[in-house]
Ligand binder design. Sequence first.
Ligand SMILES: Cc1ncc(COP(=O)(O)O)c(C=O)c1O
Length: 455
Amino acid sequence: MDHFNYADGRLRCEGVDLTGLASRVRTPTYVYSAGTLRLHYQRLREAFSALDPLICFSVKSCSNLGVLNTLAELGAGMDVVSGGELARARLAKVPANRIVFAGVGKTESEIIAALGRPGDDEPAAGYQDPIALFNVESAGEFELVSTVAANLRVKARAALRVNPDVDPVTHSYTTTGKAETKFGVDIARAREFFKSYDGHPWLKLCGVHVHLGSPVSSTEPYVQAIAKILTLIDELESVGHRIDVINIGGGFAADYTSGQALPAKAYADAIVPLLRDRLETKWAKTGRKTQIVLEPGRTIAANAGVLLTRVQYIKTSGSKKFLICDAGMHTLVRPALYQAFHFIWPTSVAPQHVPMERTTKPGVPGLEECDVVGPICETGDFLARGRALPPVAPGDVLCVFGAGAYGMSMASRYNSQPLPAEVLVDGVRARIVRRRETYADLVAHELDPEDIQGA
Ligand SMILES: Cc1ncc(COP(=O)(O)O)c(C=O)c1O
């Protein structure tokens, strides 16, 4: 599942001891395993190889440049949802024709950057090629992207994000494929959309995109959604539209508890047969290739990253025991926001406390129930509640597993807490790929107030 394992009671990431690393780099710190990133990406590649898909790593799940560089070196494309993520993908030297851009609120300046004319203040300024695909979410957006493309005289391609009204059976906040969410265009409107916009000279409407939500723990929602969009594509093609791209989004699950998630192969076994014959028939009949796009984030990054946090204090209040740590909702918001489970365990333990598996009840003796909380002034600031843990003392380092996706990328500076450091481990090598923020960083944009009126 990943390269975070105990040896002689000490947790290691690949060849690096994490208790020692926490002392050197301090805490809180995110640690990523390059080997695990590669393993998960390659598993997806192999599982879906019959479709020869463009695999676009979802940058929102984990946007550190060290992580993006690791995946870009394997040939991964990137799925971005903002100009900032696009700038990161460009800095990671991802070829433009491997970048897709989703999101309901693309601004004009983001569109200009995606068309290859980044603004002067962007880190990768200068002319770039336009990206592979805009995943367009509304008529207004198509109008804006096509107008900007025409003004700049840059040709671009778009896929319509279709909302298939399929329940991904996940948290309501991360459900995106149901009719009542803000994402995409419903199937009835999709037909009208193609009628209105197909044939645009600057923005070629050539694909259909769906993304159901995250994490999607079974294959059934994909099967339902793909059946719906294939019916739509048949209808569209029967009246003369050409669909050359099918983007099935992301959402594959991760192992927050041991063995919880379906393997990549199980998703592929359900999805590939729905698309393969169709692709081959179309190729034989028309000589046209349909490009399949996947946008996985969590399934690649979640188990490739952990969060290290140090216990500051231990206190008892009423019948409850609290481990008060230097990481909290500002460092990892998923428990507070989604009531998400993350397995938490000390990085150094006695031999009898080495966990056999990552679950709520890991089946080792001598555990005590406690809440693992952070320093933030909110009762909702917790990493775990009522969690059985081995004996822990102030100063011990805890590891929060499965934190590589939607961890650091959702971290905040709430309570003026500087953002944590990020470390990328590759074999025995550990590199700081984002230095810990300082108090100077916190106020850097506030020190020189600028008069804009009435000076
Ligand atoms: C459009 C789109 N694609 C892909 C993803 C990635 O999802 P996941 O990280 O679950 O694979 C998301 C996440 O919300 C998304 O909004």
